[in-house]
Write a protein that binds this ligand. Structure first.
Ligand code: GUN
Length: 333
């Protein structure tokens, strides 16, 4: 049997090839081919396909509830202003609800909306028994205190997992809602059987909604997890050296093409959270999304890599949907 092994040699076509070659020519040729496969084994972590799988599972759960005459999950989203990225995220969330069979309500405000009006809306959604979970899309305009809004959300309806109580529960590994992007990344790793135990995991970016929670989730005793985590940020020194030692790099800083080929080692696992819109006159809409990792350069060195778009984004939405179903079940509906 090939020393590289079936589990690690994920590319089935290549594996069948190797098995055949082993039968025909024996060990030496097989070993050579294995070395070749090892060098060229990059696997695209297809967030769209994994999210579609989760959507199918959620659809089936909704159908079961429908058949039993039970309530259908209902997600509400508050969107303030017209930022292109936020509008497209929230639109995707509403579309995902439709595809799965959840109910959804989108509440939009002009970007000048006063903070107290937003707080009143949050309170009315807290009280509304027809709503199982809701989100306030971030970032909010500068005159609104994001933390105040987040803290006003009932933790039992906080399907984004941003409320301090849910963050505290997450740190202590107690039941609660996990933030959607980190949870989506872990689900992507779990479903694609990416080994994490004992690995050096570098997270670049310490935001409250991605980097910081991920550092806790990947460091704890679970699977995925049990990583030795480094959380890099704007004051980190020798980032290139730290990158070179990382088995897993999660880039979440919002700087297009920040991680380049010279910064990573062979076989690295790359999770790219970045989604910056950059001008592109060749596209009808005039822009394209670019990740934090220079994909074309880094992909040939990677064992697994997420594309942008189509990697982490769809998984964030899928985990928000999972949280919404969980909210309804937790609240005994
Ligand atoms: N802005 C960027 N990501 C998110 C997210 O996951 N939830 C919310 N509410 N706002 C975001």
């Amino acid at each position: 049997m090939c020393w590289y092994g079936r589990e690690k040699c994920k590319n089935e076509d290549k594996f069948i090839h190797i098995e055949r070659l082993y039968k025909d020519t024996g060990f030496a040729a097989t070993a050579l081919l294995c070395i070749f496969v090892k060098k060229t084994r990059m696997i695209l972590l297809d967030g769209r396909a994994t999210a579609a799988q989760i959507q199918e599972e959620l659809k089936a759960a909704v159908q079961l509830r429908k058949d039993a005459g039970q309530k259908i999950p209902h997600l509400a989203a508050i969107l303030v202003g017209n930022d292109g990225g936020s509008v497209s995220y929230v639109t995707s969330k509403v579309k995902a609800c439709e595809a799965i069979g959840f109910e959804s309500t989108l509440i939009r405000y002009d970007e000048t909306v006063p903070e107290d009006i937003l707080l009143e809306k949050v309170e009315s959604l807290n009280q509304d028994r027809s709503i199982d979970g809701f989100i306030v899309q971030l970032p909010l305009p500068k005159h609104i205190d994001e933390l105040k809004i987040t803290q006003a959300i009932d933790p039992k309806k906080d399907v984004d997992g941003f409320h301090p109580r849910n963050i505290g529960n997450m740190i202590l590994n107690l039941p609660g809602f996990l933030p959607a992007t980190p949870a989506g990344i872990l689900e992507l790793m779990r479903r694609n059987e990416i080994p994490t135990e004992g690995k050096n995991c570098l997270i670049i970016g310490r935001s409250n909604i991605v980097g910081t929670p991920l550092s806790i989730m990947l460091g704890r005793n679970s699977n995925p997890g049990n990583c030795t985590v480094t959380l890099a940020h704007s004051k980190t020194r020798n980032l290139k050296t730290i990158c070179k030692e990382a088995d897993i790099i999660i880039a979440a800083i919002g700087k297009p093409n920040f991680v380049t080929a010279d910064m990573v080692k062979d076989g690295v696992v790359i999770i790219d959270v970045g989604t910056t819109r950059v001008e592109d006159s060749s596209r009808e809409r005039g822009w394209r999304l670019v990740g934090d990792v220079h994909f074309d350069e880094v992909a040939p060195k990677a064992s697994f890599i997420t594309p942008v778009p189509g990697g982490v984004g769809p998984m964030t939405i899928a985990s928000l949907m999972m949280n919404t179903l969980k909210a309804m079940e937790l609240n005994g509906k």
